[in-house]
Write a protein that binds this ligand. Structure first.
Ligand code: URA
Length: 255
């Protein structure tokens, strides 16, 4: 085995690929979609090792799919479908659905939990008190404008009394979030709070156990951080959030 094959096998092993199909005798081995020896592949291996979403191993990496031909039209189509959606019980209590908003080609996507009262009234994500804090993070902390990023939620309709979305509600909305992320193909996703982490990474561990590492959603790095509403109640956690946001910026610059 030449050194490059050995490197490839080692990296695939590190990425969790335990067994390769043996090439059939007399035929050239088909090209394998394994990581190449590039810095991006090394980063991907690190993410895969540090922890990919187990439930998403079967889902193709976004970068391996043909890009969505017209991301703006796809996001508009998702928004229309969200507004008409009656797939779960949240449609019965919503005032307005909240599909999400921002740059069609955003490098950074923030994913929150679900609309609150202000969002339900306006149809826009993160416009209440938690939203003002998220704006501060984006504008004062990251030196970006809100319109430079994309902001959306796991569920697109307000859960009554701002309760945590139930699993069937998050699942009913899952296709919308997946399509938004596939259309945008961000460089990095910032998961705000445990509900977003649970949905994107299929990982039920508490947020504190998932912070500080880079995770993976279909080949896109994911950083988990505290939800702005949690920061309003626990301002001392802003220090850790700022560390997470710095990592988000680093990944957005790198990719
Ligand atoms: N909290 C969320 O998770 N999303 C919003 O849009 C507003 C508050």
């Amino acid at each position: 085995m030449d050194p490059s094959q050995e490197r490839l096998l080692r990296s695939m092993h590190a990425a969790g690929v335990r067994r390769m199909p043996a090439p059939r005798a007399g035929r050239p081995a088909p090209p394998q979609p394994g990581p190449r020896a590039t810095p991006a592949a090394a980063a991907q291996r690190e993410r895969a090792v540090s922890g990919s979403a187990p439930g998403l191993f079967a889902a193709p990496r976004l970068a391996s799919l043909p890009p969505v031909a017209d991301p703006e039209a796809e996001l508009a189509a998702v928004a229309r479908e969200v507004e008409a959606c009656r797939a779960c019980k949240l449609c019965g209590t919503r005032t307005r659905a909240v599909p999400g908003e921002g740059a069609t080609r955003a490098r950074i996507v923030f994913v929150g939990e679900g609309p609150g009262a202000d969002e339900d009234r306006t149809g826009r994500p993160f416009v209440g008190r938690a939203g003002q804090l998220l704006d501060d993070i984006i504008v004062k902390g990251m030196q970006l404008q809100r319109a430079d990023v994309f902001i959306c939620n796991v569920v697109k309709c307000r859960p009554p009394g701002n309760r945590v979305p139930e699993p069937d509600e998050a699942e009913a909305c899952a296709g919308f979030l997946d399509r938004q992320l596939a259309a945008i193909r961000p460089a990095v996703i910032c998961a705000l709070g445990a509900t977003a982490v649970r949905r994107l990474l299929r990982d039920d561990r508490p947020l504190g156990a998932l912070r500080g590492r880079t995770w993976d959603y279909r080949g896109v790095p994911v950083i988990a951080t505290y939800h702005p509403a949690y920061l309003l109640r626990n301002p001392s956690a802003k220090v850790q959030t700022w560390q997470d946001i710095r990592r988000v910026m680093e990944l957005a610059r790198k990719a």
